[in-house]
Design a protein. Sequence first.
Length: 176
Amino acid sequence: MKNYKELLNDVTTFILDVDGVLTDGRLLISESGELLRTMNARDGYAIKTALNNGYKVCIITGGRNDGVKSRLMGLGVEDVFLNASDKMVQMREYVAKHNLTTEEILYMGDDMPDLPALEYAGVATCPQDAIQEVKSICNYISHRNGGDSCVRDVIEQVMKVQGKWNATQAVQAVSS
């Protein structure tokens, strides 16, 4: 059986949840009822760097916020699935569309709806503050919490293992 770092050699695709992964899971509710979230710019930097280095990034979330979709598409993420009540439906669709193997997929989630996707992915990861049921099945638990650059943590690790992350490359990728 491969250890965690060895599994990263095969990763070509990052599939991520939003609430509790790209955000800290808290919601700010405006007077009009709009739900607002915060995302970490370091996660955005890592996502953009990964995309510019040929990795695929897909977002599958149960949330419905068009602002989240706009932010992610602005980074270059083309596949953003909102309102996913069963994340495996979108995951299977995405995997088939891109002809991926499970070994190529790193999934990061934090809560019960993520369990099937985590079990399916070749590399299951989660933030430090994920629920215990998620932590118990993950290959890697980030030392960072959701919304606090845990996505950057796993993307950077994959790219470093594959020799695609260094300061010069990252700056050039983001500026291109």
